[in-house]
Design a protein around this ligand. Sequence first.
Ligand code: CAA
Length: 258
Amino acid sequence: MSYTNILTEVHGKVGLVTLNRPKQLNALSDALIDELGTALAAFDADDTIGCMVLTGNDKAFAAGADIGAMSQWGFVDVYRNDYITRNWETIRRVRKPIIAAVRGFALGGGCELAMMCDMIFAADTARFGQPEVKLGVLPGAGGTQRLPRAVGKAKAMDMCLTARMIDASEAERAGLVARVVPADRCVAEALEAAATISSYSLPTVLMIKESINRAFESPLNEGLLFERRLFHATFATSDQKEGMSAFLEKRLPSFTNR
Ligand code: CAA
């Protein structure tokens, strides 16, 4: 499959997607999001892939949805085309973990795209922000929902209402990012973490992702029940037998994803 707005590579069992509209700071056009959804869905369906990394370039992960494309759209255009929902939501259906490796700007839809991933590794150059208010709109790809869940109400209000950008260390303190790394190591660290994840039992990894996401969508009792049932379900897998036997036999496990 060849793409115009993204690049894809396979590193062992990791699928790497690089946003590739550098002249527009990776502005997230509909065409780009269509391609991104296709690429992530293809890696998700590929049995040889265990995890994905999504990145941009040194200057920008993505500077937001494509303002040039959006500027003349009317309500009926975006409503009829189901803008955002139609293609951005494809990313939500990906079941394997996705790590966002963010260098430079992650603004507006770029910050929202990073938050749609399962964790963010931020380069020390990363800047996160939701500047939509300056354009007369609000975050439209989950920013007002995922940001407060990640950083709390106070900082989410500050970022969305004032359009203030935060740097990588503030983002880490606030809980938005999992790790801060030197910019030239950002993609490498994400690939290494993704390789580690890919070395584990895929069904178990999928269950962990599903269960953690459940924490944001259900009360504690329901979330705990969901987790407990999935935990019980792992005892029906060969990989649980293999993982525990390998530990007791002091050897590395050999998972078969069954
Ligand atoms: N859409 C379209 N084009 C964009 C863009 C965007 N979101 N962000 C940057 N570009 C383009 C610029 O227009 C410029 O193009 P030209 O060279 O043709 O003029 C090019 O990328 C380089 O940008 P700048 O010259 O502005 O670079 P800079 O270093 O001076 O500034 C920046 C960088 C602070 C990120 C600035 O580009 C900026 O503020 N960008 C817009 C950020 C923004 O408002 N994002 C929110 C978009 S709305 C949204 O995302 C809605 C949603 O929730 C889904």
